[in-house]
Design a protein around this ligand. Sequence first.
Ligand code: DQA
Length: 143
Amino acid sequence: MAKILIIHGPNLNLLGTRQPALYGKTSLKAIDQELLNIAKGHQLECFQSNAENEIIDKIQNAREDGVQVIIINPAALTHTSIAMRDAFLAVKIPFYEVHLSNIHARETFRHISYFSDIAIGVVSGFGPQGYYAALQAAIEKFS
Ligand code: DQA
C-alpha cells in the first residue's frame, strides 16, 4: 500500500470554469474523485490551497505523516516559488510535477519551473489525464 499526497496550487479550485479552453471543463472535485478511484487500496489525500505558506506547511508535515510520494500541480507558483522548492529539498519526499496545459507552449515566463529538475517526472499538456498517469506511476513505483 502506498501513501500518496496530491497538492493543487492557487486557482485550481476554479477548474471547470477557469479559462476552459486552456484548462478544460472538468472540475477539481471530479479530478479528485477519479484520483481516489484510481488509488483504491492505497492511502490518498487531495489538498488544494491558494496560499503558498499553507502548501509549504503541507509539504513539511508530509514527512511526519509518512507520505511516500507527492503529486503536485504548483500552478502559478511553479514559476516563482523558491520557498516551495526548498521545502521539497528539505523533506526529501519524491514528487511528480503535473500541469494541465503545456507550459512550454505558452508565455515565456511559464517555461521556467522551479520544480522540474528535482521532480521524478513531469507531465504537461495532457489535461486531467496527466494527474491520472502520474498517480498510476506513483502507485507502481511506491507500493
Ligand atoms: C498550470 C500552468 C501554470 O502556468 C498556471 O499558472 C496554472 C496552471 C497548469 O496546470 O497548466 O495555474 O499549472
